[in-house]
Design a protein around this ligand. Sequence first.
Ligand SMILES: Nc1ncnc2c1ncn2[C@@H]1O[C@H](COP(=O)(O)OP(=O)(O)OP(=O)(O)O)[C@@H](O)[C@H]1O
Ligand SMILES: [Mg+2]
Length: 219
Amino acid sequence: MIECIGLGLSLGGRTILSNLKLTVSDGERIVVMGRSGAGKTTLLRLLAGLIAPSEGSIRVGGELATVAGKVRMEPSRRDIGFVFQAGALWPHMTVAQNVLYGLANLPRAEARRRMTEALDACKMGGLALRLPQQLSGGEQRRVALARAIAPHPRHLLMDEPLTSLDSDLRSELLQLVCEIVRSYATTLVYVTHDESEAHVIGGRRMRLENGYLVIEGSA
Ligand SMILES: Nc1ncnc2c1ncn2[C@@H]1O[C@H](COP(=O)(O)OP(=O)(O)OP(=O)(O)O)[C@@H](O)[C@H]1O
Ligand SMILES: [Mg+2]
């Protein structure tokens, strides 16, 4: 579970988020929409603990994770899988190594099994030994997705994860995300500009507007 209480953030003298309240329960799906520059990526970065807010606090799994001006629980301790808007694979690591990185705390055989399972699910099993620069944009996005889901995290934060994929692959991977959320009671916060993706993900729908999170109801 993730809870935001009165979150506010100003950057460069500009208010990006104001008095944001949000609770995402275990197994709940939230879709966040809003125009470019509305603060969607910034919100995910706050939830992950990559940045601290100017006001308010965040609890992750009941623990006080962030308070104004300070990240108390490091991103790596939050049991969060993050799919970054730009993919953000480690360029010097192969596809397999990128996915294994988040599985380092598991016994070797189990880590390899999870890596294979995640890459196969994302239709990337055949390219495990490639470097990111040897992949297309869509293939890189699929590796980023595999890397985020492989550890079966309690929370998944996804920032437009399926951009630049064709519609068949997109709907297959959307189903995969929904299945994972169901199987592991994962908390999902999913950012997209795409109505049809939002519809498939379902759950509660929100929009960021002028720094405020507007609740638009359930899909
Ligand atoms: N480090 C920073 N310093 C100052 N302003 C920033 C910083 N990071 C982001 N911003 C600004 O905060 C606003 C929100 O950015 P954010 O990346 O969260 O938008 P977004 O909703 O994800 O947009 P998009 O749909 O284009 O991805 C933007 O106006 C951006 O320019
Ligand atoms: Mg963004």
